[in-house]
Design a protein around this ligand. Structure first.
Ligand code: SF4
Ligand code: FES
Length: 376
């Protein structure tokens, strides 16, 4: 096994159950795998219940129910109810599309703790364009219903070049919807977002302007709304501690039962990801090759290997390192000490050319459709 010189691996605390890749929306920054349509063999209700039980027995306390669109799964209330009985804090991560008041009530009765609704943009035309589906009014309605039924109102907006100029409007929309929490999640460039990177990555000036606006509202709304600004790492000098360190905290189960140390791990070459249909969660976490591959520091190359900051960032993100350098063991090129830092400069330059060159490439949506953007 590759990992050694261990940092404590502990037990999984966060279980992310990607219940399905099916989704009525078609966002061009979707984090699902590019070939998600080939993965159709979804886990049964019984499989999920067993996974919840096994992960809880190992100490997992937070359960994220996501997708695709988790509302597509008809057994969602059954899953929520069982998870709640096991003692999980349950989060539904949804586009809101397909939610009704009756479902909100049913899920509340099943014990759901938390609903996060995503909105693409604070304007109808742009939201519907980015979602690839008429969904704006419905999403806003769902946000009101979430509030009405006593859930914390958690709003998520993924930020990229086609909505970053609307930061003030996004924040005002969150106020209007009575959001308790607002997550401003700068796009992470994996999956479909990686494919559309030139078309989605904002310029540094755009980031800085948007961040200043968000910080201003953060101050203004102290005590009323919590704003999480997920920083865009392409303009940083140090990488994020992805997944809080590989195999330390997070366990993701894909719709077909593949167990992943991070939601993108399928892309890493040679990573033999186990499946909950064949292994117990305990064996997956403790013994599988995939979960041990980048655990600890033993797998690292220089400059990470001898760097004192490795205990803080674990060398950054393995998937980003692979996508940008072709080597999953490389230092994440976001790091200013990485010999591959030029890959970040190239990405920024590719996006600049797309933005300023007068001939922007069309966005590729999750259903393969391509379309010129409305703005950007
Ligand atoms: Fe982190 Fe590696 Fe950069 Fe050091 S060299 S700061 S460990 S990514
Ligand atoms: Fe896979 Fe960061 S997304 S390690």
């Amino acid at each position: 096994m590759a990992g050694s010189e261990q940092y404590p691996s502990g037990n999984p605390r966060w279980l992310l159950a990607e219940l399905t890749y099916a989704c009525p929306l078609q966002c061009p920054y979707c984090s699902n795998p590019i070939d998600y349509a080939k993965i159709t063999d979804e886990l049964s209700t019984e499989d999920w219940l067993r996974v919840f039980k096994e992960a809880r027995a190992m100490g997992a306390v937070q359960l994220g129910l996501s997708g695709g669109e988790p509302l597509v799964r008809k057994d969602l209330p059954v899953l929520v109810k069982y998870a709640r009985e096991l003692g999980y804090y349950t989060n539904l991560i949804t586009s809101g599309y397909g939610m009704t008041e009756a479902k909100i009530v049913e899920l509340k009765e099943a014990g759901l703790d938390h609903i996060q609704v995503s909105i693409q943009a604070p304007e109808k035309e742009l939201n519907n364009f980015l979602a690839g589906t008429e969904s704006y009014e419905h999403k806003k309605q769902v946000a009101h219903l979430v509030k009405k039924h006593g859930y914390p109102m958690v709003l998520c907006v993924v930020i990229h070049r086609h909505n970053i100029h609307l930061m003030t409007e996004i924040l005002e929309m969150a106020i209007e919807l009575g959001a308790d929490y607002l997550e401003l999640a700068n796009t992470q460039y994996y999956g479909w977002a990686h494919l559309n990177r030139d078309q989605l990555l904002p310029t540094k000036a755009q980031f800085e302007q948007a961040e200043a606006i968000a910080q201003g509202y953060k101050e203004k709304l102290k005590g009323k709304m919590k704003i999480y600004y997920v920083v865009p790492d392409f303009y940083e000098q140090r990488p994020k501690a992805c997944m809080n360190g590989w195999g330390t905290t997070f366990l993701t189960i894909a719709p077909d039962g593949t167990a992943l140390p991070c939601h993108e791990a399928r892309i890493l070459p040679g990573l033999n990801c186990p499946n909950v249909r064949e292994m117990s969660v305990s064996d997956i976490w403790l013994k599988s090759e995939a979960f041990n591959q980048f655990r600890g520091f033993g797998w690292m190359k220089e400059p990470c290997r001898s760097c004192p900051e490795k205990v803080k960032d674990f060398g950054g993100c393995r998937c980003q390192a692979y996508l940008l350098t072709g080597d999953p063991n490389a230092t994440d090129p976001v790091c200013g000490l990485s010999p591959d830092r030029a890959a970040i400069a190239e990405a920024i330059e590719g996006a600049r050319k797309d933005y300023e060159g007068g001939e922007p490439k069309p966005l590729v949506f999750r259903n393969g459709r391509t379309s010129k953007a409305l703005s950007g």
